[in-house]
Design a binder for this molecule. Sequence first.
Ligand code: GDP
Length: 195
Amino acid sequence: MKVTKVDLAHVAVKREQYPKTRYPEIALSGRSNVGKSSFINKMINRKGLARTSQRPGKTQTLNFYEINEQLYFVDVPGYGFARAPKPEREAWGRMIENYLEDREVLKAVVQLVDLRHAPSADDKMMYKWLKHFEIPVILVATKCDKIPKGKWQKHLKIIEKDLEKVESDPLLLFSSETAQGKEQVWKTIQYYIQN
Ligand code: GDP
C-alpha cells in the first residue's frame, strides 16, 4: 500500500472522542518497548509521528492516525507497566475495554510481540482476551533483524505455541530497521479491512 496522506486525527480517552468518520480501524497493541511506535512510523513512512516509548505516568490515550482517507491506525498505549500505580492500570484497562469491546469498525488488532523472547504473561493475557471477544488478531513479531534468519522459525514456533495461537490468525515477521515484512503486513491489513 502506498501511503500518501497521514494525520494524527483524534486523541481519545472516552467513546465520545472517537472519530465519527466510519473508516475501518486497525488497532495496534503490545507491551511497552516492543517496537510499536517504530512499527507505525515504518508502515506510514513518517519518522517521528508516533511517539516512541510511552512511559507510565504519561497521559494514556488512544491515538487515531488517519491514513489515505481510507483507514485509521489506532495506537493503544503499551501494556505491561507492572510498576505503574494501580489507578493508572485500571484506567488503562477501562479505556481499552471500552474501545475493543464494541467498536464495529474495528477490523483487526495488530498485536506486536518481540521475536527474540517467549511471550510474556501480559502478551498471553492480551491475546486470550482478544480471542475471548472474537477479534481477529494479526500477530507481528518485531525486531527480526536481531535474530539470525536460520533461527526465525524456531522463535516463531515458540510464540505460536505459548500464545495458543488460533490457526486463522496470521503470524508475521517484521523489522523497522530493514523494513522486512512491511509489504506482507500491509497486504494482510488490506485483506482485513476489505472483509
Ligand atoms: P514502543 O515502546 O513499543 O513504542 O517501542 P519503540 O518503537 O519506541 O522501540 C523501542 C526500542 O526498540 C527503540 O530503541 C527502537 O529503536 C528499538 N526497535 C524498535 N523496532 C526495532 C526493530 O525492528 N529492530 C531493532 N533492531 N530495533 C528496534
